[in-house]
Design a binder for this molecule. Sequence first.
Ligand code: ATP
Ligand code: MG
Length: 256
Amino acid sequence: MSLLEVRDLRHAFYRVPVLNGVDFSVEAHEFAGLVGPNGAGKSTLYNAISGLFIPDAGTVTFDGHDITRMTPHERVALGLVRTFQMARGFPKLTVFQNLMLYAQDNLGEGLLASLFGSRTGKQAEEAAAAEALAIAHRLRLDHVIDNPLTALSGGQKKLVEIGRALMARPKMILLDEPMAGVNPTLTQQIADHLRGLNADGITICLIEHDMPLIGQLCNPVTVLAEGRTLMKGTFDAVISNLDVQEAYLGARKEHA
Ligand SMILES: Nc1ncnc2c1ncn2[C@@H]1O[C@H](COP(=O)(O)OP(=O)(O)OP(=O)(O)O)[C@@H](O)[C@H]1O
Ligand SMILES: [Mg+2]
């Protein structure tokens, strides 16, 4: 069985269908790509997989568990995390504080206990702090670790978003355009970080509009269009597929 498996997912918002029977799967240790035109339903699919809403129909399984109706927290606890297209986090808190906040998901009671001075709580807090420092170091955020998010560049905020996901010690990360709006040098740095995480055993799914980047990083690639899975294959198979080309042009060719 695949690590992540989505079957016949359907959902309408205010009676407007957005997911029209999505089938999607990612194998353990893959670096998968998810592409499709604007409005195809890619972020909405991530929202359903991560539990931001419960779909009208269909199933989502992760690591052998039916997670279709689980809370977002329960999914994170299983090792499934996601990043957001618009970087989130607490703008006035520092990078370190932002990372520590997400350790709570992991260590919840331990961190709470630390407020009351218990020894296990202190240990949990120290472990989380060490992890936050290690993640900041890995993402080369050391020099800005005590800066508030508002003082960071757009690209650095994207790195914090990835760091936040790593604090949950994930088995799999769903990335929603982590390089969008980032300069080419930092884009390559983020790509290198993602490759490193994948080499360390973290399964990755990447939504990205930059096709050369998808070609460089992802295999296989799934194409979503109008809330349906159009195809799944290698990057070369996807870009040479006529249905995919037509979906991107936004109009079906008339066949005489
Ligand atoms: N909560 C919601 N309420 C109403 N409509 C929604 C909601 N969430 C998504 N939609 C609609 O679903 C469609 C798909 O949106 P989605 O954000 O998933 O597209 P996308 O493939 O991620 O596009 P992009 O590449 O531009 O990010 C859009 O028409 C959007 O307006
Ligand atoms: Mg999107």
